[in-house]
Design a protein around this ligand. Sequence first.
Ligand SMILES: [Zn+2]
Length: 299
Amino acid sequence: MKIGLRIDVDTFRGTREGVPALCRMLAEHGVSASFFFSVGPDNMGRKVWQLVRPGFLWKMLRTRASQLYGWDILLKGALWPGPLIGERLGDVIRSVSGAGHEVGLHAWDHHWWQTRAHRANSRIIQEDLKRGMDSLARITGHAPVSSAAPGWRCTERVIQEKARFSFLYNSDCRGESLFYPVVAGTAISQVQIPVTLPTYDEVIGRGHVRDDQYNAYLFSLLRPQRLNVLTIHAEVEGIGLRGMFEAFLRMSRSAGAQMVPLGRLLADDPEITPSRIVQREIEGRAGWVCCQASEGARP
Ligand SMILES: [Zn+2]
C-alpha cells in the first residue's frame, strides 16, 4: 500500500523550524514527500482577528491552536507586515529540493488565498500564482512540478488559471481517486490528486478521538488498493506533534505501507477519470472545501 505524503508549509516559523525537522526525520526513515511552500508574506496572524467569531474561538480552544502553532504564528502579520518567507528562508526551501523531495507551490500569500481567492478574478489569481511560481523557481533553480491550494479553497476559475502553468498535477481538492477536473463541460488535462484523509485539527476538532488514539484512528482510515493521500503541516506535525508523526511513520512502515511523494502516484499508471468539483463542508473544518464530485469517484 502506498500513502501519498503531502506536507503543507503555511508560515515563516513552519518553514524555519518545522521543515528542517521533518526533513531530518524523513531521511532517517528513508521517506520522500511532497512539500508545498507558501513563499510570500506570512500574514497568517491576521487570522487572529477571526477570534471575534465564536466558531473560530471554539475551534482554537478545542485544538489548542495557540499551543500547536505558537502565539508568534497567530500574531504574525496581524499587527505589522508579515516577513517574505521565500526571501528570508530560501536556503531551507532549496535544501528540501536538494534532498530529493518534490517541491510544489502552496501560495504566494496563504492568508489571502484562504480568505479571498475564491472571490478573486482571473487576473488576480494568475498574479498570486505567478509571484509564487517565480519565487520558487528563483530559489530552487527550476519550476515547481505541482501546486496545492491553501485550505482546499479551489474553484473552476482557479483550475483554469492553474492550467496555464506546466504543472504535472495539482492537489486542490478532497476526494477518492485521481481525476481530470471538468470545467464548463470540458475535462482539463492537468490531473488532480485529491487528499483522501482528514487533517489532525479536523479529527481532534470533532472531539471523539484523543491524541493517544490519533495514529491508530488515522491508520484505520487507510484503504489498500485505493488512493491514500495524507496532509500534514510543518507547523503542527513538524513542531509540536513531531513525536506522534514519527510514531505514525514507524507504524505504517511496519505494516508494509510506503510513504511517497504525490507525483509517484502517477507513475503507477492509475486509472484517471473526469470528475466535476463541488464546494462542500466537512466535519471539523470551518467553511467549505473543494471536493471531487462523488459521481466521479470510484465506489
Ligand atoms: Zn496551508
